[in-house]
Design a protein around this ligand. Structure first.
Ligand code: LMR
Length: 398
C-alpha cells in the first residue's frame, strides 16, 4: 500500500531547522522558526519555569489522566491572561477554555469544531500569514480564502483594502486575525483599527478566530490584549487560540489553549461540550506538564513577578536587536531604508528579501530564512551580527 507514496515536502518553517542542523558550515545561522534566542545563542529555560518545575516535581502525586479540557485552574488562569481577571465575560461565564497541546492544536481543535457545525463556511486568512494556518484549516476540510493585509511598497498595513475586504466577507464565515505580533509581517493594528474591525465583524456577523500566539511580545502582556478586548466589546462570539511557547518558553511542552466566547453562559456550556467531543476523538486529553508550570507560576506571586520580568526582558532584547539590525544593515551598505524593521512588533521582521535572495543566502552563506523573507529577529546575536548584516546587504544589492 505504501510503495507508491512519494515524500511530502519539508515543512516551510520547521523543515528549515532540520536542514540547518545538517549544515556543516560553522558560520551557519538559523533565522527560521520563531524561537527566542538570547545573546549567547541559546533558547533558555526561564528561571521562573525551572523553579516551578522543581516545585511541581517535589509535590507530584499522580500521572493519572487530565480532564478532556485540561486542568480547571489553568483554564481559569488562561482566561484571566486573555481578557484580564475583571472582564465581565468571565463574571458572566461566557468564556470556556480548553488546554490544547500548543497554539497549533488550539487552531486545529477550533477548526474541527467549526467544520462540524458550519461546513459551508469559508475561512479567511491575512495575506500573508503563518504558513501553517493554511495547512491547519485546509486539513480540517475548509475552503481557505485571503484578505489583503500588508502593503509591500509601504511596509505597512494596507488599511483601506483590508477594511474593504472585511466588509465583503459573508455572514457565517470565519476570519482568522492575529491579536498581536502579526506573523510574518510584524505589522499590527492600532486599538482604533481593532475597534473598526470589531464593528465590521459585529455588523457583518462573521466569526473572528483570533490567533494569540505572542501575548507579551508586542507591547506587553496587558497592552497586547487590546485586540481581544476591542473584539469582545462588540462581538458576542469569538474563538481565541493562545500559545505559551514563546511567552513562557514552553515550546516543547506544547502548552496552549482554545478559548470560546459565547453570547451567554448557556450557549457557552453547550458549545464547549462539543469542543470537548472534538478533543476526545483527537488526542483525548492534554499533556499536563506545561499547564502545571503556567498555573504554578501565575498562582505564586514571587514567581509571577519573576516571569513578568523575564517576559519583559525577552521583549526588550528583541526590540534592541531590531534597532541594532537597522543600523548594521545601513553600515554594511544595504540599499534602501530599513527603519520599518524597528517599527515591526514581535519576533519577526518581514525583511523585503525575495525568495531568490532567501535561496541565495541559504546556499551561499548557510543563512536560513523562511520563504517570503520572514526573519526571526531573536536569532540575531552578537556572534553572528556582522556576518549576517554583510550577507543580507550583499543579497539585497544583488
Ligand atoms: C513560527 O512561526 O516559526 C513558529 O510559530 C513555529 C512554528 O510552529 O511554525
Amino acid at each position: 500500500m505504501f510503495e507508491a507514496i512519494t515524500a511530502a515536502p519539508p515543512d516551510a518553517i520547521l523543515g528549515l531547522t532540520e536542514a540547518f542542523k545538517l549544515d556543516a558550515n560553522p558560520r551557519k545561522v538559523n533565522l527560521g522558526a520563531g524561537v527566542f534566542v538570547d545573546e549567547t545563542g541559546r533558547t533558555p529555560i526561564l528561571a521562573s519555569v525551572k523553579a516551578a518545575e522543581a516545585a511541581i516535581l517535589a509535590a507530584a502525586q499522580t500521572k493519572s489522566y487530565m480532564p478532556i479540557a485540561g486542568d480547571p485552574t489553568y483554564r481559569r488562569l488562561v482566561q484571566e491572561l486573555v481578557f484580564g481577571a475583571e472582564h465581565p465575560a468571565l463574571r458572566d461565564q461566557r468564556a470556556r477554555t480548553a488546554h490544547t497541546p500548543g497554539g497549533t492544536a488550539a487552531l486545529r481543535v477550533g477548526a474541527d469544531f467549526l467544520r462540524k457545525f458550519f461546513p459551508q463556511a469559508s475561512v479567511w486568512l491575512s495575506k500573508p500569514t503563518w504558513t501553517n494556518h493554511r495547512g491547519v484549516f485546509t486539513a480540517a476540510g475548509f475552503t481557505v480564502k485571503e484578505y489583503p493585509y500588508y502593503n509591500p511598497a509601504t511596509k505597512e498595513l494596507d488599511h483601506a483594502a483590508f477594511l474593504a475586504a472585511l466588509r465583503q466577507i459573508p455572514a457565517g464565515d470565519v476570519v482568522l486575525l492575529h491579536a498581536c505580533c502579526h506573523n510574518p509581517t510584524g505589522v499590527d493594528l492600532t486599538p482604533a483599527q481593532w475597534a473598526e474591525v470589531a464593528a465590521i465583524a459585529a455588523a457583518r456577523r462573521w466569526l473572528p478566530f483570533v490567533d494569540f500566539a505572542y501575548q507579551g511580545y508586542g507591547d506587553g502582556l496587558e497592552p497586547d490584549r487590546a485586540s481581544v478586548l476591542a473584539l469582545a466589546a462588540q462581538c458576542p462570539e469569538l474563538l481565541i487560540a493562545s500559545s505559551f511557547s514563546k511567552n513562557f518558553g514552553l515550546y516543547q511542552d506544547r502548552t496552549g489553549a482554545l478559548t470560546l466566547l459565547a453570547a451567554d453562559a448557556h450557549a457557552a456550556g453547550a458549545t464547549f461540550s462539543n469542543i470537548e467531543s472534538v478533543i476526545r476523538v483527537n488526542y483525548s486529553n492534554p499533556p499536563a506538564h506545561g499547564s502545571l508550570i503556567v498555573s504554578h507560576i501565575l498562582t505564586t506571586p514571587e514567581l509571577k513577578r519573576q516571569w513578568l520580568g523575564e517576559l519583559d526582558a525577552m521583549r526588550h532584547h528583541i526590540s534592541g536587536v531590531r534597532h541594532k539590525f537597522v543600523a548594521g544593515l545601513q553600515a554594511h551598505g544595504a540599499p534602501g531604508n530599513f527603519d520599518f524593521i524597528a517599527r515591526q512588533k514581535g519576533m519577526f521582521s518581514f525583511s523585503g528579501l525575495s525568495d531568490a535572495q532567501v535561496a541565495w543566502l541559504r546556499v551561499e552563506r548557510s543563512i536560513y530564512i523562511v520563504a517570503g523573507g520572514r526573519i526571526n529577529v531573536a536569532g540575531i546575536t552578537p556572534a553572528n551580527f556582522d556576518y549576517l548584516c554583510a550577507a543580507l546587504a550583499a543579497a539585497l544589492r544583488a
